[in-house]
Design a protein around this ligand. Sequence first.
Ligand code: SF4
Length: 426
Amino acid sequence: MGAMELSSDLLMPRRKTRRIHVGDVAIGGGAPISVQSMTTTKTADVEGTLAQIYALAAAGADIVRCTCNEEAAAEGLARIVPRSPVPIVADIHFHYEMALAALEAGVHGLRLNPGNLRKESEIKLVASEAKDRGVPIRVGVNAGSLHPDLYKKHGGATPEALVESAKMELAYFEDVGFTDVKISVKASSVALMIAAYRLASETFDHPLHLGVTEAGPPPAGLLKGTAGIGTLLAEGIGDTIRYSLTADPVEEARAGRQLLEALGLRERKGLDLIACPSCGRAQVDVIAVAKEAQAALEDRNLPIQVAVMGCVVNGPGEARSADLGIAAGKHKGHLFIQGKIVRVVPESEMVDALVAEAERLVAEGVDARLAAADASAEAEAEADRAALLDEKGVDPNASEVRVDRIRRRVGAAERTGRPADAAHDA
Ligand code: SF4
């Protein structure tokens, strides 16, 4: 028996929950506990948001949430989702139209706050459409934005009030036959959050998303998050977690991962290999190359992040947070260090070149390897990028088709107060 099984076996057995899927990440029903984080960029800033998503994925996030608070954010999601290495959840407050627009953008999950999106008809409309598209929803109750009626009824944001808020939302969902749900009952008070989740765990069999909200900056924020999330996980409660820190979200993802490793709930990560999801721009079989690179690198014990990217058009920029990476294109491999192209090799040699560069990078350091870059590499990559853009056009993922639908749909909602009927065909 390995150390991992041994330590997690000493915790209380995990509560049985239903299983849902956010993209390809299973949540609940005994699936590995997943780590989530949230971007701090404007979602309309596609390149900046994608770079942060890659950094979060490299730090251990399995799922990333982005705010969807305006039409430009929904349009950003339409361009981000096909290029994200991890599933994307849209965070919705107040505006049901933004939930519909996010679905149109192709997100893998929604988070609704029942405290500020309260109209039954709107909630049901969003749930119906999520059901049609097979997209799960998190009922994200928050003590700080509890429904005012429940606040009054319970005399404050009590555990019972938080759980009742989730129950009400579930009842609306069930009316339209939607059950693809996970639940959170977060609070900034650790004691309240622990009590609320214990009650939620007795009340529901849906997967639970754990978090201490507005925990503040580290180290106090880390301690609060660990006290709340760690206590519940040790009791067998919780299926996915997020630290909410006033800090670079990379710290949230790292802390989430480290907590799960410390409890023996996830295996320790050795080499950090990330790969793009391979979209319409891909020039190689990314999964095959990533597997080959993983196999070649994993026994070498190199403490670096390595990215395998499907195209040189966006790959080096998307994965600029990685120490080293390779991006395909025009039958070549473009090696990059922290987003800067240092060498171009034939495609058949890309994995060998990646391994050789990884070893040198660890031995010599980033500055030395950047100084040793081929003088012509950046120009050659630029020419390959231009050729690929010519070949595949500017919209190989059909993101602009989705953006058009979002515009029609949000425009119709603004004109009539109702979303456009049957505006989706996915
Ligand atoms: S193929 Fe290129 S644009 Fe598509 S996800 Fe991979 S690196 Fe990004």
